[in-house]
Design a protein. Structure first.
Length: 608
């Protein structure tokens, strides 16, 4: 393949063409984000967040108002009196926005939109410092227009904030190649600590970053300064995390470093029913849809142990159950781990709280943005290959290459190491597309390197080299499309079901019925579609039709206790108490820990 001279890593002053290019990229990114925000404002999801976003919204509003009353139909998550269950960083960020701007659902999204544009600038700065101005501009363009980053900015989820903290920390770290002052590395530690408050797995980046700083500084033959820099980074991270640890002990006398959900998440990912994805229901423990359900899960664990448990003990209990599965079924655990690794890098967008591929497909804005994770991975592999070949040729190319080889490998190790550590941090749990979203800007920086070097090859009039690299890109695209494990998207039917649920909450049964029937048209065999229709018809007082729809849902999935409970609800509202009781008992037979059915039975027994 044709080679042009590798670019030096020096950081020259930003030139006029860079300012103009970056400005145009930011305007393009702003236009895409405003268009998507306008779409979102017309969606039933705009002011009705669900699952994890609903918990974040509840937590943030309660921090501002002091009112911890749970939403209707949800259990009390006991946030003020227990250790943090979920990491506190994002809810406090959301609370700050509410405190400054009021309770509008628009202002947090505007704030995240602006933070997303700031991430474009941070990606530019990191890529420029690591690989030069041209790579910085290409990276900014790719980050500005990648669809899932725009999608995340419209959700009450943490990826946008986490990306900002990680990119800022890596920008500071990249600067350590030139000058590793203690203030710089301490600030890096603080940023990584704040990132851990948003996603605790970011804690693994702290020792990795400290090791990298020690390596970079020690290469300047100053061992004592290298150790001091590594310690300063660790101290910064510890100080950022300390308020959460102190708060957890103060309110509950419980030693929880950041949040107490690691044990249950480890168990969800490692049990006989695990498939590498999030599992809403584990037989014997009931449903864990969101954090409002956690106190019920704690009670179940306490019943099994036979005594009250602190949150740290509950986490240890579930972690112990996961370890027991690993110990007793090592082959199944190994297969699960390999499956999770494959799912992390799959070209499919793995859904959790949402149906991601449909969110893109049915969006006039996101659906017209080219490129997905397959293209990201293909270009990333191309960029890494080009980087390796440039390094090998650069080491033989005289004095300019010596400067290049001194700095660029350190930056490549930094970015590649961050990607590897972050990936490994999720390998024992379960996978969703939103978990890998924070890696996208880092992958796109490597992709930008490959694109920019290809552009340089074209500008050097090396037609053969350019053609070879284009062929390489196609080959990597084919490779990136390989899916070694199966993943079935919930599909349009489930997407319509979730919209229907939101319309029910909005008091729009007419629109909810439209969504239910659209779901049935998309997939008549989906029990959730029949269940949604049953709920809509029940709310409209059409009892006979509601019972028929609920019975169809049970017929399609007779082992789902939630559907038996739904049928019981519909029968009870129609006055058929004996039949309703039979359905509730069947739900409890399927899962004795299913609290909702037990509550319905008690209510039915107490009714006149």
């Amino acid at each position: 393949m044709g080679q042009t001279e590798p670019m030096p890593i020096a950081s020259p002053p930003v030139r006029r063409w860079e300012w103009l290019a970056l400005g145009a990229i930011l305007l393009l990114g702003l236009a895409l984000r405003v268009a998507y925000l306008r779409e979102l404002a017309a969606s039933p999801a705009f002011d009705r967040p669900v699952v994890d976003p609903a918990f974040h919204d509840y937590w943030a509003r309660a921090l501002v108002s002091g009112d911890w009353t749970p939403p209707p139909g949800q259990g009390d998550p006991q946030v003020p009196t227990t250790p943090y269950l979920r990491p506190p960083g994002y809810p406090h960020f959301l609370a700050l926005i509410y405190a400054l701007t009021g309770p509008s659902y628009l202002t947090p999204r505007i704030a995240q939109l602006l933070l997303g544009l700031a991430n474009v600038v941070l990606a530019y700065a990191l890529a420029r410092r690591s690989f030069g101005p041209g790579v910085g501009i290409v990276a900014a363009l790719l980050v500005s227009t990648y669809w899932i980053l725009i999608y995340c900015e419209g959700q009450f989820q943490e990826p946008t904030l986490l990306i900002a903290l990680l990119l800022a920390a890596l920008c500071l770290l990249a600067g350590c190649v030139e000058r590793a002052g203690l203030g710089r590395v301490f600030a890096t530690g603080v940023l990584l600590g704040l990132a851990a408050l948003v996603r605790p797995n970011a804690l693994l980046l702290v020792p990795a970053a400290a090791l990298w700083v020690w390596w970079v500084v020690r290469s300047s033959r100053n061992g004592r300064r290298a150790a001091g820099a590594a310690v300063a980074l660790a101290v910064g991270a510890a100080l950022a995390i300390a308020p959460a640890t102190i708060r957890n002990y103060r309110v509950a006398r419980d030693s929880v470093l950041i949040s107490a959900n690691s044990g249950v998440n480890l168990f969800i990912g490692n049990n006989p029913h695990a498939r590498g994805l999030y599992l809403r229901h584990v037989p014997g423990y009931g449903y864990f849809d969101n954090c409002f359900d956690y106190p019920a899960l704690v009670r179940t664990a306490e019943e099994k142990v036979g005594r009250p448990l602190k949150y740290s003990e509950v986490s240890d209990y579930f972690a112990g159950e996961a370890r027991r599965f690993i110990r007793e079924q090592p082959g199944a655990f190994l297969k699960l781990t390999l499956r999770r690794a494959a799912l992390f890098w799959t070209p499919a967008e793995i859904s959790h709280n949402e149906v991601l591929d449909c969110e893109r497909e049915f969006s006039p804005t996101l659906g017209h943005i080219p490129g997905g994770f397959r293209e990201v991975l293909a270009l990333t592999l191309l960029g890494v290959l080009r980087l390796v070949l440039d390094a090998r040729s650069g080491q033989r190319s005289g004095p300019p290459a010596r400067e290049w080889s001194r700095t660029t490998p350190a930056a490549a190790v930094l970015l590649g190491g961050a990607i590897l550590v972050y990936f490994l941090s999720y390998l024992l749990f379960f996978e969703t597309a939103l978990y890998r979203a924070p890696l996208i800007p880092l992958l796109l920086i490597f992709a930008a390197y490959g694109v920019w070097r290809w552009v340089q090859t074209i500008r050097a009039r090396d037609g053969v080299g350019a053609a070879r690299w284009a062929g390489g890109a196609v080959a990597f695209w084919v490779l990136a499309g390989y899916q070694p494990v199966s993943y079935q998207s919930p599909g349009p039917a489930m997407w319509h079901c979730r919209r229907g649920d939101l319309y029910i909450q909005a008091g729009r049964p007419d629109r909810a019925e439209e969504e239910a029937r659209a779901a049935l048209n998309a997939n008549p065999a989906l029990p959730d579609a029949s269940a949604l229709l049953a709920g809509v018809l029940q709310a409209q007082g059409r009892a006979a039709e509601a019972i028929a729809a609920a019975r169809e849902a049970v017929r399609l999935s007779p082992n789902r206790m939630d559907l038996h409970c739904l049928l019981g609800d519909v029968l009870a509202s129609a006055g058929q108490r004996a039949a309703a009781e039979a359905e509730y008992r069947e739900a409890l037979r399927l899962d004795p820990a299913y609290a909702r059915a037990g509550e319905r039975l008690k209510a039915l027994a107490g009714a006149p």
